[in-house]
Design a protein around this ligand. Sequence first.
Ligand code: CU
Length: 250
Amino acid sequence: MTMLDFNLWSWNSRIFPGIDSLNVRHRDKVRLRIGNLTMTNHPIHLHGHEFLITGTDGGPTPKSTRQYEVTADIAVGQMRQLDFLADEEGDWAFHCHKSHHTMNAMGHGVPTMIGVDHSGVARQITKLIPDYMVMGERGMKDMTEMEMPLPDNTAPMMAGQGPFGAVGMGGMFSVVKVRKDQKPGDYGDPGWYQHPPGTVAYEFTGSLPDPARFKAEASPGPGSMPSMARPARDIEVQVRKPGTGHGGHH
Ligand SMILES: [Cu+2]
C-alpha cells in the first residue's frame, strides 16, 4: 500500500524500553538535537519543561524568533536543536506525539476493533497467521498487562515497566530524568524517581458531590440539552405542503 504501512518507529534504532533514559542534574541546561531521517513528520514532545528551538539545519535561530514550546514538529529531513532548563525534578516522558509512533506492532492495515467482539474473526485470522493478535476490544490498554507472543519479524509494543506498572509504550519514547542528587557530569541512570510522600496522585474513592447542572428556569434562553427536571411536553409540528395554502403565485 504505502511505505507508511509497515515501519517500526525508533530513535537511533532503539525503542522503549530498550533505550537509554536521558539523565541530568537538576538545573542543568539541556540541549537535544534531533534529526528526522524518516519519511513522515514527528512532533517531538517533552513533559514537565518548556524548550526553545535554538537551532535548525540553517544554524542557530535568532533570539527574536524563539518561543517556548513543549512540542516541536520535525519534518522529513529536518533537524532541530531544543534547549531547556531542567528545573523540575522527576521522571518526564519524552516522545513523538503521534501515538502510533510510540506503539509499534499495532496490527498494521487492520481496522481498529474497539467495541467489537472479534473472537470469531481472530480465530479465523489465526488460522492464516498463527502468531497474529488483534487489538483488544477495549483498546490498546488491554495489551499492556500482558506480554504476548509476536510474529518473528516485529517488536514488542508495550514491554516497558515503570514504577506504577506497565508504561504502555514501545516506540519513539524515552524518559528525561531530572535529579537534585545527580553528580555533575554523571549521566548514568539513577533509577525511577522516588516521589516525596504526598506528591503522587491517587484515585478518590469517597462519595461525589452532585455536579452543577444547568437550570432552565433561571436562564434567559433555552439550553442546548433539555434539563432532566423540565416537564415533558408534546411537540406540535405544522406542515404545509408546497403549492397549497397560498393562492396567486402560480
Ligand atoms: Cu513520530
